[in-house]
Structures are given as C-alpha cells and as structure tokens.
Design a protein around this ligand. Structure first.
Ligand SMILES: Nc1ncnc2c1ncn2[C@@H]1O[C@H](COP(=O)(O)OP(=O)(O)OP(=O)(O)O)[C@@H](O)[C@H]1O
Length: 251
C-alpha cells in the first residue's frame, strides 16, 4: 500500500497475515510501521494497489459492514447523548437504517445492555462531555459492537487511559470476546496488553511494514490480571520488546 500516488510513501509491502474466525489477534511494531494502515486495509477504508484482502471469505473491495471499529480517540458527537452516539452506526449503514426506524425500542434496549456490560448502566442519557475519558472509551466500544460485528478492529483503543482504567477495560474486552465469540484484531503499543488479551501476536517490521514474527500466546483462558506478574508472561513481553527494538535498528 502506497500513499500519494506512484512516487508516494510506501507504508506496507509484502504484508501477509491470517486471523482465524473467533481468534483474538494483536499487531505490534515500531511507531509508523503501518499498523493503522493494515487496519484500514482490512476494513476496506483503503484498497491496496497490490495484493488481496479477504474478510469472511469475501474479497474486500469497499468498506466492510460486518466490522466494528474503535480508535484511540473516541469521536463521539457532542450534541448527541451517549445512547444516540452508540446508535449512530445503525443510522449510517443502509441495511440497518430501515430496521432501526421500525424497531427503535429493540435497539435502544440493546444499547442499554451493552452499556451495562461495560459498566456504564444508566449513563445513556448523558452527553459524551459529561463522561470521563475512560467512560467515553467504554461507550466507544459499545458503538463498535451495536451492529453485532463478526470482526472487531481495535486501534490503540486504550492508549490515552491511566493504567488502572486500561486494565479494567482489558477485562471488559476479554469478557466480550469470551461471551460473543467475535474475531478481534487489536493494534497496540502496549506489549503487556497484547500478551494479556491475544491468542496470537503479529510483530511488524519498520516501514514498509510486513510481518516478521507470528507468536502464539500459550496461556489458557480466562486470564486473570494476576498473570501480569508471572515470569513466563514477562518473558514473552521481554522477547517481543527485543523483536521490536531489533526491527527499529534494522530500519
Ligand atoms: N493518509 C495518509 N497519507 C499519507 N501518508 C500516510 C497516510 N496515513 C499514514 N501515512 C503514512 O504511512 C506510514 C504508516 O502509518 P500508520 O499510521 O499506518 O502507522 P502506525 O504503525 O499505525 O503508526 P503509529 O504506531 O505511530 O500509530 C507513516 O509513515 C504515515 O506517515
């Protein structure tokens, strides 16, 4: 994938990876290596000049609607309540728009249930600016999940949070993954986050990004936060850190 025409910037090249249905994959790598580009290619926001992207056995040729996305900065519309922000994807996607009009009460109930799952019961009528950063991230997750996506793409969704809130949200995501069987791809700079949450971790090279390591995480689920203090957990984090440092040096 090259940005800005034939002479433009080559963001990723020879980038191959496969994520199985229901799997939790994490993507880590040096800053600027093309992680967000990978997310945009998978979701069909960009179409690569060379190569193929396949989601649920279909070639990606336009934005994929079985995907839910959450990014680092929750972009909630300030003039809509949290609940109305969560319902927004249903208004945008054609297929859902008609159903939303007919079955609004059903969708409101679903949004309220999601809010409860992420610990925001009763906050639906608040405006985003009345919520803390961590609460907005939680609401952002509800918005990514409202249309019951088969694939959830998370791009640094907890980056801006303090470590306690981040760990709390790791558990929310862990439980969502266990309960809904959704396939998840998480881009993160936080190696502990990757090892805590993922079944498989892909390490990318420096730009132009490609996969230089495919690491299976051996820990059984459900994982408890206590695992963060185990030496075999930290060995994996340490090794990944070395892989990324080497990739940066090689750049
Ligand atoms: N729309 C765009 N137009 C031009 N260049 C872009 C565009 N988006 C990204 N790039 C460039 O492509 C390269 C890869 O960017 P990308 O955001 O995918 O990396 P990243 O690994 O997610 O970065 P970070 O870890 O810093 O968030 C960078 O050099 C970036 O400047």
């Amino acid at each position: 994938m090259r940005y800005g025409g034939p002479e433009g910037l080559l963001a990723v090249e020879g980038l191959t990876l496969e994520v199985a249905t229901g799997e939790f994959a994490a993507v880590v790598g040096p800053s600027g290596c093309g992680k967000s580009t990978l997310m945009k290619l998978v979701t069909g926001l960009y179409i690569p000049q060379k190569g193929n992207v396949t989601v649920a056995d279909e070639p990606v040729t336009k934005p994929v609607n079985i995907v839910g996305m959450a990014f680092q900065n929750p972009t909630m519309l300030p003039w809509r309540t949290t609940l109305d922000n969560i319902l927004l994807p249903l208004e945008v996607v054609d297929r859902h728009r008609h159903r939303l009009r007919r079955n609004k009460a059903e969708y409101v109930e679903k949004a309220e249930k999601l809010l409860e799952t992420v610990g925001l019961k009763g906050f639906g009528q608040k405006f985003p600016w009345q919520l803390s950063g961590g609460m907005q991230q939680r609401a952002n997750l509800c918005r990514a999940l409202i249309h019951e996506p088969d694939l959830l793409m998370l791009d640094e969704p907890f980056g801006a949070l303090d470590s306690f809130t981040r760990e709390e949200l790791w558990c929310v995501i862990r439980d969502l993954h266990a309960a809904q069987g959704v396939t998840i791809v998480l881009v993160t700079h936080d190696l502990r986050e990757a090892v805590f949450l993922a079944d498989r971790i892909f390490v990318m090279s420096a730009r132009p990004g490609r996969i230089i390591k495919n690491q299976t995480v051996p820990f059984a689920r459900p994982r408890d936060l206590e695992i963060l203090y185990q030496s075999d957990f930290n060995d994996i984090v340490h090794e990944l850190r070395g892989n990324i440092a080497d990739a940066r040096k090689a750049a």
